[in-house]
Design a protein around this ligand. Structure first.
Ligand code: TYD
Length: 216
């Protein structure tokens, strides 16, 4: 049975995920892959509805574990309805955020525990983990200043609180990279876009050439 190649892309605010993903899709297509580019909840109505519950500002009393369970539920639906069928059809799937987002944000930065959040995600994904995770590692200062350069406004107190939270998110990703050093490749995303994209292309080439050898 032909199976595809599952790539997730992770990173904090201002890491440059969007442009990196566009480049990756183009690069993989040039290499002859059929590509599905997606992000949770991925246009899946059930997952969209779950996401609305998470994002609804009226839900101020939402418990942290409830939030983690809802992310995992939306992930499950998007996985079974969109990602797995594409992988079964032999496609390369590029997914903007996956399990590691929950582990870094809910597990580490929000303090629920990486192992605790992993256990509910393990149930949700049933072993379907990415073959490769590109972690765009940007320092929160650089990420934030990129966002502000776009929006054209000053950094305020709230942004600094945000920065502290993103320090925690980055620390979470660092721990995950140490835990899964083969799956998660960290890319220094503090550099200019051309250098970042060149390094990602090299990683993709190395990993997908291995893939075609395995398929022979
Ligand atoms: P989004 O609007 O998709 O922005 P971006 O991916 O460009 O940062 O917002 C996603 C937010 O949701 C982001 O702050 C990370 C957070 N998130 C979690 O906390 N846990 C998760 O499992 C996922 C998928 C996202």
């Amino acid at each position: 049975m032909q199976t595809g190649y599952f790539i997730s892309v992770e990173g904090g605010e201002g890491a440059g995920k969007t442009s990196a993903i566009a480049m990756m899709v183009e690069h993989l297509e040039r290499k002859g892959f059929g590509v599905l580019s997606t992000r949770e909840p991925g246009g899946i109505p059930i997952a969209e509805q779950i996401r609305q519950v998470i994002l609804d500002r009226a839900n101020t009393e939402m418990d942290g574990r409830t939030e983690a369970l809802l992310y995992a539920a939306a992930r499950r639906q998007h996985l079974t309805q969109k990602v797995l069928p594409a992988l079964r059809a032999g496609k390369a799937v590029v997914c903007d955020r996956f399990v590691d987002s929950s582990l870094a944000y809910q597990g580490f930065a929000r303090g629920l525990g990486i192992d605790e959040v992993w256990s509910i995600n393990d149930f949700a994904v049933e072993g379907h983990m990415p073959d490769l995770t590109i972690w765009l590692d940007v320092s929160p200062e650089v990420g934030l200043s990129r966002i502000h350069a776009d929006a054209g406004r000053e950094i305020n107190r709230l942004d600094l609180e945000k920065q502290e939270f993103h320090n925690q998110v980055r620390e979470g990703y660092l721990q995950l990279q140490e835990r899964f050093p083969t799956r998660i490749v960290s890319i220094d995303a503090n550099r200019d876009i051309a250098s970042i994209h060149e390094e990602i292309r090299q990683v993709l080439d190395a990993r997908t050439s291995l893939l075609s050898k395995n398929r022979e």
